[in-house]
Design a protein around this ligand. Structure first.
Ligand code: IYR
Length: 222
């Protein structure tokens, strides 16, 4: 048994309502500049920056604090190439056979297709795996609210990438079992999301999208 106390005093961020208001506004304005960007430059990014970003994602809440995630970080060009080839093979099938006409129509505004050059151009790929269960002393223990926990961690990861002045997009090749094989992950892990990270290319463009105004975004029961 550990001698550590079961509960400790909460520290948090000690600021006034006024300071909180100002910070929340600045945070929103900054977050509103985030976009899913597909045009990457190959400009390097310091490893320490990526490490801080992944550590931030790891501060996410999780069911029973099981932290049911593994962040695989790929910078090896040979592995990036294998991932690109496997992803494009699946994406080609999806775009030409698997996706419905309505789905393809919905994607017209986004301008995606089966080509995924960013999987090689981006200096880093973060492949997020969810952990359905753990083996503890040979015994199988289920994790709880795994999709919710890993989804929250991915949101925090994306926000941290944006706050570091970098770009990403949520790439979802489907099916993505090839990531388990290429990255040799154990049987308690399943690929969840592929997050390329890097700098935006000089003339990167994004779709001209608009976000819901507050009165559509939120229903206030006061
Ligand atoms: N997984 C594909 C298709 C795709 C699906 C949705 I929904 C998007 O918002 C964007 C793309 C791809 O990554 O291209």
């Amino acid at each position: 048994m550990s001698n550590e106390p079961k509960f400790i005093t909460y520290q948090g961020i000690q600021i006034s309502n006024q300071e909180g208001l100002e910070l929340s506004r600045k945070q929103y304005e900054k977050s509103n500049l985030r976009r899913s960007v597909r045009d990457f430059s190959d400009e390097p990014v310091p490893f320490e920056t990526i490490k801080n970003i992944i550590l931030t994602a790891g501060t996410a809440p999780s069911g029973a604090h099981k932290e049911p995630w593994t962040f695989c970080l790929v910078s090896d060009p040979k592995i990036k190439k294998r991932i690109r080839e496997a992803a494009e093979k699946e994406e080609y099938e999806s775009y030409t056979h698997r996706m419905s006409d309505k789905w393809l129509k919905d994607l017209e505004a986004i301008g995606t297709d089966w080509n995924k050059p960013f999987l090689e151009t981006a200096p880093y790929l973060i492949i997020v795996f969810k952990r359905a269960f753990e083996y503890i002393d040979g015994e199988k223990w289920q994790n709880y609210y795994v999709n919710e926990s890993v989804g929250i961690a991915c949101g925090m990861l994306i926000n941290a990438i944006h706050n570091a002045g970098l770009i990403t997009l949520t790439h979802t090749p489907s099916p993505m079992n090839f990531l388990t094989e290429i990255l040799k992950r154990p049987d308690n892990e399943r690929p969840y999301l592929l997050i390329p990270v890097g700098h935006a290319a000089k003339n990167a463009t994004v779709p001209n999208l608009h976000r819901k105004p507050f009165n559509e975004l939120c229903i206030h029961y006061s």
